[in-house]
Design a binder for this molecule. Structure first.
Ligand code: SF4
Ligand code: SF4
Length: 318
């Protein structure tokens, strides 16, 4: 089969979730590099669609002709403990927190990351999150290790800014500030969080230490409605999956790789759905499993997922 025939056979879900998402994350990365370091070139918003098309074509070539497997995004949930209790938390952290807390150790982090990196050729955006990420005391070691990996292109550390970074963490963030950046979940619209979030202090520390960060206001969230008992039919599942904005949020937690934190929460909270994730360590051919994952028209967990339809204010506390 030549490249054109292969291209014609790419399903719309595979195209969107793998090739186009890689292109979108590459543009975001290039924009940040230009804004922060004056590296590369500025991509004018008016030209974004043309770039997405061009980069998507390049990703197709990378995959089929160069045999490269580049993950558009990979998230590691390193703790399910959190300082907040958001009603519509898309990772169900308040519910998990009560029942089954887990915290990834550096040893586990290295074990999972090494196995993944051995089986792929790159990760465009590596996201470290929780719960509240800064609760995990081994975060600095994890960041140092990840930053040294050539196959990881950039690293985002998500925080709700309720805990200030300690000296050890600041040192690592400074050392790798061309690859690491902080993403502050900014809930300043919620009055009751104003006294809990330390956004200004956090920002000042980052600025003083030349650490790059983003602080976008999450104006709207979606109401989290959980799961159904009975699965949706295949056609509905495909449709929901294709339209879901979270199919890019692929997450590692408890040694498994899941489509998103909602799917992993289903396994943790309801016990079922273990087959929804890929067992990172015990899977013999992880590369093949990952390719099948990107090609899948839907993941079984998505058949039980109630789609996001209603918007709501972010971070309303329980
Ligand atoms: S701060 Fe984030 S992780 Fe914690 S409960 Fe809220 S949404 Fe969930
Ligand atoms: S389980 Fe599937 S449909 Fe539900 S949020 Fe995650 S990716 Fe989307």
């Amino acid at each position: 089969m030549n490249l054109n025939e292969k291209k014609e056979n790419i399903s719309k879900s595979f195209y969107k979730r793998y090739f186009e998402q890689n292109a979108i994350n590459r543009i975001a990365d290039e924009l940040l590099k230009f804004l922060w370091f004056k590296e590369g070139h500025f991509i004018h918003p008016a030209k974004k669609d043309a770039y997405i098309k061009k980069y998507t074509e390049e990703e197709i070539d990378n995959f089929y002709n160069k045999n490269l497997l580049i993950m558009p995004q990979l998230e590691f949930c390193i703790t399910t403990k959190c300082t907040l209790k958001c009603k519509d938390c898309c990772a169900f952290i308040p519910q998990i927190d009560k029942i089954k807390r887990s915290e990834m150790s550096f040893k586990e982090f290295k074990l999972y990351l090494d196995k993944i990196l051995k089986n792929i050729d790159g990760i465009r955006r590596f996201v470290i999150l929780g719960g509240e990420t800064l609760i995990n005391p081994q975060l600095p070691e994890m960041l140092e290790y990840a930053s040294e990996q050539e196959k990881i292109f950039n690293i985002e550390v998500v925080t709700n800014a309720t805990i200030l970074p300690n000296i050890k963490l600041i040192k690592i963030l400074r050392k790798y500030n061309n690859k690491l950046y902080i993403y502050i979940s900014n809930y300043s619209d919620i009055e009751e969080l104003a006294a809990i979030q330390k956004i200004n202090e956090f920002e000042n520390i980052l600025k003083e230490n030349n650490i790059k960060y983003q602080k976008l206001k999450n104006n709207l969230w979606y109401t989290e409605k959980g799961f159904t008992v009975n699965p949706a039919d295949e056609e509905t599942a495909r449709e929901n999956f294709y339209n879901c904005y979270r199919t890019k949020c692929n997450q590692v937690i408890n040694g498994f790789f899941y489509i998103c934190s909602k799917a992993s929460a289903r396994t943790i909270l309801m016990g079922g759905g273990i087959e929804d994730g890929i067992d990172i360590i015990n899977t013999k051919n992880l590369r093949k499993e990952l390719i099948e994952f990107y090609k899948a028209p839907y993941i079984d967990a998505c058949r039980y997922c109630i789609p996001y339809t209603e918007t709501v204010k972010p971070a309303i506390q329980m």
